[in-house]
Structures are given as structure tokens and as C-alpha cells.
Design a protein around this ligand. Sequence first.
Ligand SMILES: [Zn+2]
Length: 109
Amino acid sequence: MSKAWFDPHPPYVSFWCPGCNKDHTVNVTPGTGWGWNESLEEPTFTPSVKVEAVQWSEGDHFYMPTHPNIERGKPTCCHSFVTAGKIQFLADCTHALAGQTVELPQRPE
Ligand SMILES: [Zn+2]
């Protein structure tokens, strides 16, 4: 079991975000500036991971129900530090786990 998974082409590492209830992906290609400790069990990424998107209408395929306070057309944000298998959500997150640190879940089946 692991908390992250690796795609070699190009080298991407993904994890399941419990704040967004979806996966996030970090491009770990050398030279991109992203650091990864090469652990899938207890991953660490540097620097922080920031995922920005735009909210869609409720019911739309791209609507993000874990960001319910964001109106259609407004930006959503998920900003975190992933360190040793834990995810620290920063205060600028627009989901309910803003400001909390939780264990990363295992990769969903
Ligand atoms: Zn997220």
C-alpha cells in the first residue's frame, strides 16, 4: 500500500487529496524545481503544492463539491505542504480542511 503513485512518462507523482476529494499531481521532472523524497509510502514534496481552479455550476461535471462556498466562476485554491505522508493545508485553501494537518490517505482502489 502507498499514499502516492508514480507515472514514469513524464515523471509525475500523484496523491489523493482529502480536501478536494480528488488526486493532485506533481511534475518531478528534474529541472522543474519540484523536489520529491522518492518515497511513495511517506512522500514529501518541496516546495508547497498549490492547485488553483475555477468553480463550475453545481451539477456540472467539473463542479467541486468540496469547495461549496465558492461561487461559479470564482477561483478555488488548495495549497498544502506534503511532508512525510502528512498533508498540511494552508489557510488559503477554499475547502473545509483549510488550516488542518491530516494523514494522506492510501491510494484509492
Ligand atoms: Zn486538494
